[in-house]
Design a protein around this ligand. Structure first.
Ligand code: IVH
Length: 678
């Protein structure tokens, strides 16, 4: 029986964790916990709360109906897939696309409808006989979540049209800057990153009354249902006539000069817009022309997204934090005075390495630095405002010692590189600590081993691993599997408690039989990511086979180039790694081999290969067949994809006529990476 004190601690711990996870999930769309884990914890908390009702907190997620639960929304298949757009960001790229369009239109003259690209969430909105019946998120492009009741809270969107029409519309759910600021003021303690993330979180709330308070909006940009007007712009005007909220930031352009001018004008106005925008969508206006242009796997040929240049902001450098990853690479990170870039508060910025800090930027203490944010990645320091440098400021120098173990830092030889003709050797720019016992590296290695994409022991987060290392229970990966011998001592550690100990010990037991590719990822071999690990796990019968892989075997794997072969060989040959694998086996780690049929994600899909490709056609054929594709010699209506290289001829034409997705090698690699979503 738990003591009251212990129960109180555990109730507080679980309540905090659950609230944090659900806040993150619903506010920023961040997944801190998997659904099963969330539900399990919720159940544990409920059971404690029923044993000790007086200890249940008023904000318990079990009590509070306002707290969203993680149960999923109903899934709905899109009749027409929701594609994404290919980006352009220079006049040259725009001209190239223009040429491609011109060639394919064979004499027809295009008009371009240019529209502000709203930074929100794409939504499919369906009216039947004039009544709003469904609103579905993009999801994976093929199947999305039904969030109808939440979308119905949007004031500008009528639930009933003036005419009994069947319409599928597409648009962007957005939050205006004004509503965003209101929400920020209302929840001062919460991290509300930007309008897009907040809108995403709001759409996932289970209680539409709460969604309503958030003040979402929608701007429609497409009528998907065929049979109305012949031109996109005319369709949008038709929708406006039905009092639907249509994206008003748009203009018809007659040529690419006008398109470019619209893009530049819109970029100049971006800070004055009511909504956050991140570019311009350029669309061919005539629907018949669109049909001629067709699509590739992921995106239509008839549209492109013009991306704005990343925003730049000036701020003060407060210091440099040196962090060490699992491979021992030292990464400097700039700590800066908080600054808002594009609606996100930025406190840290990437500096990449000390060559950048010392040679390129010549960074001094307290410098004023320009930060730039591109995409969703961490912003980087791009330049310095020298006019504001303090006269006596000290320049930063390359550290000589590892910040964690104080050992020497070296520049490793470039992986897979051979001495050049003049005998010189290429070294990496990165500085590395090569001490195999360096605490920061070991911590990062173990965190990686248990991480979601590796052994997936989600109950052992970064904090917990750090604690276990500090207390001396874990020094290397294999120590994790010795923890169960220390159950009582672990339970006595402040901040752990028997429930969490039981949880991670159980999870570690289960992890022993995780599939082989997960173990390989967890080992952290240079250059071996998820895809290479899968290939290796498919190739190897078991862990023993992996341990003894020969050069010839590795070279026989079609996808593996020399760098990959060398990385794997370097790792498996090292005596300390052989020892580690032996110790893991002795501790009962016995990964499941990967069953090939389960790993044929493209089973049932057919592909035809044509044109000149960068590797042998037989290599592509082998690789695609490994993934379950059936390769066919001719294109027919049943063919799912055409992989087209340079100078493709009649097969390409046929695929265009049949509206079959045409994939370049790059597209195909992306498709393999993301799986068969469409
Ligand atoms: S048209 C085939 N028009 O941008 C896709 N998209 O990067 C046709 N977006 O998923 C999309 N504003 O969510 C279109 N005026 C606009 C848009 C817009 C924002 C989003 C949309 C899409 C994403 C593509």
């Amino acid at each position: 029986m738990l003591t009251t004190q212990k129960a109180l601690e555990e109730i507080n711990r679980l309540t905090d964790l659950l609230l944090r996870a659900s806040e993150a999930y619903y506010n920023s769309g961040e997944v801190l916990m998997e659904d099963e884990e969330f539900d399990l914890m919720l159940g544990q908390l409920a059971s404690l709360e029923s044993q000790f009702p007086e200890l249940a907190r008023p904000d318990s997620p079990n009590k509070n109906v306002g707290t969203p639960t993680k149960s999923d929304f109903k899934k709905s298949k899109h009749q027409t897939p929701m594609l994404s757009l290919e980006n352009l960001s220079t006049p040259e790229e725009l001209a190239q696309w223009g040429e491609q369009v011109e060639k394919k239109l064979d004499g027809l003259v295009p008009l371009f409808c240019c529209e502000a690209k709203l930074d929100g969430l794409s939504m499919s909105v369906i009216f039947e006989k004039g009544r709003l019946v469904r609103a579905v998120t993009r999801g994976n492009g093929e199947v999305g979540d039904e969030v109808t009741e939440n979308v119905k809270t949007i004031k500008s969107l009528p639930h009933q049209l003036k005419e009994p029409l069947d319409l599928e519309l597409r648009g962007e759910v957005v939050m205006s800057w004004a509503e965003f600021e209101k929400n920020r003021a209302q929840f001062p303690d919460q991290v509300i990153k930007n309008p897009r993330n907040f809108a995403a979180g709001s759409l996932r709330l289970k209680d539409p009354a709460l969604v309503k308070k958030r003040g979402l909006d929608i701007l429609l940009y497409d009528l998907v249902t065929p049979g109305f007007k012949e031109e996109h712009q005319a369709n949008l005007i038709l929708l406006e006539g039905l009092d639907l909220p249509v994206n008003p930031f748009r203009e018809l352009c007659h040529n690419l000069d006008e398109v470019l001018a619209f893009c530049q004008k819109t970029e100049a106005l971006r800070d004055q817009m009511a909504f956050k925008i991140d570019g311009v969508v350029i669309k061919i206006n005539h629907l018949e022309q669109r049909a001629r242009l067709g699509r590739t796997q992921k995106s239509p040929v008839w549209a492109r997204a013009w991306k704005f240049r990343p925003q730049r902001k000036l701020t003060r450098l407060l210091g440099i934090e040196n962090s060490l990853g699992r491979t021992g690479v030292l990464t400097p990170v700039a700590l800066v005075e908080p600054v808002d870039i594009d609606g996100t508060e930025v406190r840290r910025a990437s500096l990449h390495n000390y060559k950048e800090v010392v040679d390129r930027l010549h960074l001094h203490e307290k410098d004023w630095v320009f930060l730039e944010k591109g995409g969703d990645i961490i912003p980087k320091v791009v330049s310095i405002d020298l006019t504001q440098r303090l006269p006596d400021a000290q320049a930063y120098a390359k550290p000589q010692a590892c910040p964690s173990c104080q050992g020497p830092l070296t520049h490793a030889q470039k992986s897979g590189s051979k001495p050049k003709e003049d005998g010189t050797i290429e070294y990496e720019i990165d500085q590395r600590c090569t001490n195999a016992r360096c605490p920061a590296q070991l911590l990062a290695k173990i965190e990686h081993f248990v991480s979601k994409k590796a052994m997936d022991v989600s109950s052992l987060g970064a904090k917990m691993v750090e604690l276990l290392m500090q207390k001396g229970f874990v020094a290397q990966i294999d120590d994790l599997f010795r923890l169960k011998a220390h159950r009582a001592e672990l339970e006595a550690i402040k901040g752990l408690g028997d429930i969490s100990v039981a949880k991670f010990l159980n999870a570690l037991e289960t992890a022993k039989t995780q599939p082989l590719d997960r173990l390989i990822i967890g080992l952290g071999i240079n250059n071996v990511g998820e895809r290479a690990a899968k290939t290796l796990a498919l190739f190897c019968k078991d862990l023993n086979h992996f341990k003894g892989l020969s050069l010839a075997e590795l070279e026989s794997i079609p996808e593996f180039g020399p760098v990959m072969v060398q990385s794997v060989l370097d790792w498996t040959k090292a005596p300390e790694n052989q020892d580690l694998l032996l110790r893991l086996t002795n501790l009962g780690v016995n990964p499941e081999p990967l069953a090939r049929p389960q790993n044929q994600p493209f089973k049932g899909k057919s592909v035809c290969i044509t044109g000149t490709l960068s590797k042998k056609r037989s290599d592509w054929k082998f690789q695609l067949e490994q993934l379950g594709f059936k390769t066919v010699e001719a294109v027919s209506a049943k063919t799912d994809y055409l992989l087209a290289g340079e100078e493709a001829g009649s097969k390409l034409k046929k695929a265009q006529q049949l509206n079959i997705p045409i994939l370049s090698e790059k597209d195909m690699n992306e498709l393999i990476e993301s799986g068969p979503t469409l």
